[in-house]
Structure formats: C-alpha cells, structure tokens
Design a protein around this ligand. Structure first.
Ligand code: IMP
Length: 429
C-alpha cells in the first residue's frame, strides 16, 4: 500500500473532485497542499451535490481533512464554506479538519488588489478568480504574510500589518481603489482568531504519525500542471506549484512519502481565464462540448473554453508533474461525435515542436497538428468495465495512452462516483 497524490494534467477542471472522492473512500486522510479557494471541486454523492473550494474532499466521506502549509487560506471563505456544507449535513469540527499553523492567510486587501490589477491590465488580464491568491503568495515569498499561527499573537499581527498596509495601500491608492486601515484589519483578525485557531496545528507532525501508523494519505492537488507557476503557460497561470512534488513541500512530508502520482485529464480540453490554448475550438463542435460537458467554472460560473484533446500538452504534464498513471474523465461527453481529433504536436512559426515552449509569444503562436480518429455511435455513459465501452472509444483511450506516455489507470464515464473503470488501483502503487 502506498499514498497517492492527485494532480490535474491540463488547465484544471479535469474532474479531480470525483476521482478524489472515489479514492478518499479508501484513504484515511486527505491533504490539500497548494492553492486556495480558487479551486472548485464538485462532488455528487447520491442526491447531494457538494461544491468545495478549500475543504479537502475527504470530509464528504467522513475522513480527516488536512490543509497544508502550502495552501493560502481565506478565513472568511473557509468559515462560510464550513457553514454551507454543515447546512448540507456534513460534520466539520477540529476533530475532522486540521490546518497548518504555517499556512498563509488571505485577507481583504488581497482580493482587492487582485481585482484592481486585473482591471488595470485590460485586455492583457490573466483572468484570475479574483480571490486574492496571487497577492497572498507574493506576501509569502516576500516574508511579510500573516500566517495562521500569527492569529494567536496580536503584537505580531499589528507589526506585520504596518508593512502590509504600507505596501497594499500604496498600490491600491495608485490604482484608484479604496484603502484599508490598520484598526479595521486588526479587529477583523482578532475576531477571526478564536474561530480559526482551534483547527490549527503543526500538521507535519500529525502526518508523520499517521504515516508511521501505516495510514493511507491522499494528497489532493488543485488547478493543474499547465497552471503551475513555473511549468505552466506563464504568465497565464496560478501562483503556486501544482506538480506532485509540491505535495511534499506543501504539507511537510518527504518527497518519498507522496506515493503514487495520479494525473487527471479530461477526454477533451478546457480552460478558464486567458492564455494560450492551441486546440481551442471556436465552432459548433466547441460549443457542443461546452454544452454537453456542462463546462462552467465551479468558482466563478464563467463558461469554459473548449477544444480537442491535446496529447502533446498532457505528455508534457506527465513528464513535469511526475505522473505515473492517468485518469481519463468525461469520455461520455464525446458520445456520438462523428470524428475526433487529437493534437500530437505543434507548428510554431513554421517549425515543428513536440512540446509547448516557455516563451509567451511562442506559446501564443503554437498551431496544433492533429490526427483524426473515427468517433463512436454507442454510449460510454455509466460504463464500469471495458466491455461496456464501444470499440472505437477503447481505441481512442488506447491512442491517448500511447501518445501521452503514461498508462491509463482509471476511466470515468459519468459524474456518478461508481461509474468508473478501474484498470489499476493507485493505492497498490
Ligand atoms: P488565480 O489562481 O485566481 O490567480 O487565477 C490564475 C489562473 O488560474 C486563471 O486563469 C484562473 O482561471 C486559473 N484557475 C485558478 N484556479 C482554477 C481552478 O481551480 N480551475 C481552473 N482554473 C483555475
């Protein structure tokens, strides 16, 4: 038995929620290690649909949830999410949720600057979720962030607020946006402290103990490799490392404790926000994919851009992300399409390339090279074994497996948790 890390292999929204939920039922603890409430995981359990942003998905299955040091935590958003899922009957308490005392807090001036900067960028905007994720991570590396543990130290918060507000108010004033006062921010933090501190602890210690007891740990990634701040389509990325190695640094375990790395990819491609997307479809087929796949952002409700499966990009994500097995989701959305295209590489300014290069202009110029595969007339919806799949669908999956150079470990055929074809149990390593 091993631990498992789940990461996105495209630009997010690959259906990680369902896969994590499915795996969580067999894990003992679920750990978030990066990102914040920019993530949106939809879990369908029976008649209930849970929309989680910050809470580890395992909570839905009654498993211990851990928020690691690599996560940026908006305390108000967290408390609102806890209240919402409690309204749906879930129990969230300091017994079921632990938060790293070293996690960085998102405070009201973070979303204020995030939104003001995006507005100032005009057409060059990144298309962020406006949740303050970027500014909070900037504070973390700038060594001025207020962290969970600081909530117990009013003097520390007051000291840090001096530097933070000097920084933020200068920028906000320049951008023509309302500024913040130290008194109001300190009062805000002092009011939040008793609500957040009961959840706080050195989670690395708990994870160490759980690991020694042989408990199964599931590391739940948010966003995806192509949104990674180093490896993604920079600058149209999020502000954290989304690759599997971040699971170790973002929760306080050794790299060897992360276990089997499972990548999730949709059977086609989607993206929200701005940035390059070589296989994007602007025609009827793209519209159909969006409609049939119900492609609207969980967090922002924005319609997602849709396109063909980009095997060159997923191959890149497999290598960079350390993906050992791939889950293909939403195969059923392709039911009835007469033909399908798979991108196998790019033509960039007349030159062929097998990968997306790092340059911003080169990425924008990347034109897809396709191979075409015949579609299928039968349905994949609800299939739970290979024999339930149309022969052409199997061919499509096998071709993807070949091109991305990673074994297909699971195939998901509907939003229902059990509509899954398991090829290999990730916990078996
Ligand atoms: P930020 O993370 O809010 O700064 O947004 C940066 C980029 O990442 C934008 O293009 C967002 O649309 C994208 N992004 C952030 N979180 C998610 C997610 O959970 N799914 C898909 N895209 C995301």
């Amino acid at each position: 038995m091993t631990n498992v890390a789940v990461i996105g292999a495209q630009w997010g929204d690959e259906g990680k929620g369902k896969v994590v939920d499915w795996l969580a039922s067999r894990a003992d603890v679920v750990v978030r290690f990066q990102g914040g409430h920019n993530a949106g995981h939809t879990l369908v359990v029976g008649n209930e649909t849970y929309k989680l942003s910050l809470l580890p998905s395992g909570l839905v299955r009654g498993k211990l949830g851990v928020i690691g040091n690599g996560v940026v935590v908006d305390p108000e958003a967290l408390l609102a999410e806890i209240a919402r899922v409690q309204g749906q009957g879930l129990k969230v308490s300091p017994e079921t949720l632990r938060i790293s005392e070293s996690a960085t807090l998102i405070l009201p001036f973070h979303p204020a600057l995030d939104k003001a900067r995006e507005a100032a960028r005009g057409d060059a905007k990144i298309g962020t979720t406006g949740r303050g994720i970027g500014p909070a991570y900037e504070d973390r590396v700038a060594r001025r962030a207020i962290r969970v543990a600081d909530l117990a130290e009013p003097e520390t918060m007051a000291l840090k607020l001096d530097e933070l507000l000097r920084h933020y108010n200068t920028l906000l004033r320049e951008l023509g946006v309302e500024t913040f006062t130290k008194e109001a921010m300190l009062a805000h933090l002092l009011a939040l402290a008793p609500k957040i501190l009961p959840f706080a602890e050195p989670v690395w210690e708990r994870l160490d103990t759980l690991r020694k007891e042989g408990k199964r740990i599931l590391f739940e990634g948010a966003q995806a490799v192509m949104l990674d701040v180093d490896h993604g389509t920079y600058p149209f990325v999020t502000s954290s490392n989304t690759v599997a190695s971040a699971a170790a640094s973002g929760s306080g375990v050794g790299p060897w404790a992360v276990g089997f790395v499972l990548g999730i990819a949709k059977a086609y491609t989607t993206r929200v926000g701005s940035g390059p997307f070589p296989t994007e479809l602007f025609d009827e087929t793209g519209r159909k994919l969006g409609e049939r796949g119900f492609e609207f952002g969980t967090v922002t409700g924005r319609p997602r851009r849709c396109g063909w499966f980009d095997a060159a990009m997923v191959r890149q994500a497999v290598k960079i992300g350390g993906i050992q097995g791939l889950v293909l989701t939403k195969l059923d959305v392709l039911d009835g399409m007469p033909e399908l295209k798979i991108c196998t590489g790019y033509r960039i300014n007349g030159e062929r390339s097998r990968h997306l290069p790092a340059g911003m202009a080169a990425q924008a110029a990347a034109l897809p090279e396709y191979e075409t595969i015949e579609g299928w007339s039968g349905s994949c919806r609800g299939a739970r074994s290979w024999v339930d799949l149309p022969a052409q669908a199997i061919k499509y999956v096998r071709r993807i497996e070949e091109l991305v150079e990673a074994p297909i470990t699971l195939v998901s055929t509907s939003p229902e948790r059990d509509d899954t074809i398991m090829v290999r149990d990730p916990f078996e390593g």
